[in-house]
Design a protein around this ligand. Structure first.
Ligand code: PLP
Length: 300
């Protein structure tokens, strides 16, 4: 590990496991634990750090002076990258999807404050950038610039996510995780062992492509999908869409467990998970660990 990365890692807290209790869980005899990656850092959101860690290390080892990436106007990835870049004394630049809004949202304000350079691009140009995956692949890169694809979805990201598995000190049958690009899910699937299975909950509508994308990331034919699956029906109308049902669920969850969740990712996962428990998807005495991937900055 690069010494600058070891230094940055000192800012992080351990990610604890919290058991939660509800009448439904008691009735169905299901044990549910939450892996609190939301608590590892006050600013760098849980799974964004897991994904960035070894990418940043690689960039530092290559002596890069600038990190270049892409994201939406509320991107947790860009937010985490801007902060990490500032801590590491690296220049950061991102392409943001869509027109520059008149009033900047809190995410964009933060990242500008941390010195990130923003370039607003059209949706079609943005789509074009998705083609470039490797750190040196983006055509306009200058010497010393390091490219991170959308959401930081690379092999190095999978390695960082895999560390979550080694930290879980209880036995479990299922791991649950919210999905955007599916990178976090793929990293978990790659590192999980034994009989345990991973269930992803898509935050996007019509996300059938995730099954192929995750299959490619884990380097296995999707027909060999034995220990993972993706729930596609808990998107609430699409990415960052929600309804009253979801908001009431989140409010109740926050109060009951004193664990904050948000409507884009973790709220949809927990809603879906409790729905599956209600429908007897799980057997009595099975144990579930749900990964709280953070993302609370987007709540503002
Ligand atoms: C980005 C994000 C995800 C999605 O992660 P992927 O690896 O893209 O699937 C899930 N939860 C939170 C809180 C996020 O910020």
């Amino acid at each position: 590990m690069h010494p600058k990365l070891i230094e940055l890692e000192k800012q992080f807290n351990p990610s604890i496991l919290t058991q939660v209790f509800t009448p439904l869980l008691a009735r169905k005899k299901i044990e549910l634990w939450v892996k609190r990656d939301d608590l590892i850092h006050p600013i760098i959101s849980g799974n964004k750090w897991r994904k960035l860690k070894y990418i940043l290390n690689h960039a530092l080892i290559l002596n890069a002076h600038t990190l270049v990436s892409m994201g939406g106007a509320y991107s947790n990835h860009c937010h985490a990258l801007a902060f990490a870049g500032k801590q590491l004394n690296l220049t950061t630049k991102v392409f943001i999807r869509g027109e520059k809004p008149k009033d900047l949202n809190p995410t964009l304000k933060d990242i500008l404050d941390w010195g990130m350079k923003l370039t607003f691009i059209s949706r079609s140009e943005y789509k074009g950038l998705r083609y470039y995956k490797k750190h040196n692949e983006l055509p306009c890169l200058k010497k010393g610039e390091y490219w991170l694809p959308e959401g930081g979805s690379t092999k190095l990201a999978l390695h960082g996510v895999g560390e979550i598995i080694h930290e879980i000190g209880v036995e479990y049958d299922f791991l649950c995780v919210p999905c955007g690009t599916g990178t976090t899910l793929a990293g978990l699937v790659n590192s999980i062992s034994g009989h345990s299975q991973v269930i992803g909950f898509s935050a996007l509508k019509g996300a059938n492509f995730l099954v192929d994308d995750v299959g490619i990331m884990i380097g296995k034919d999707k027909s060999k999908r034995v220990n993972w699956s993706i729930e596609l029906d808990y998107h609430f109308g699409g990415f960052a869409k929600y309804n009253n049902d979801l908001l009431l669920f989140i409010e109740d969850f926050n109060k009951r467990h004193n664990i904050e969740i948000e409507p884009v990712y973790t709220g949809k996962m927990f809603y879906g998970l409790f729905d599956l428990i209600q429908q007897d998807y799980f057997k009595p005495r099975q144990k579930i660990v749900a990964i709280h991937t953070g993302g609370l900055q987007g709540n503002r």
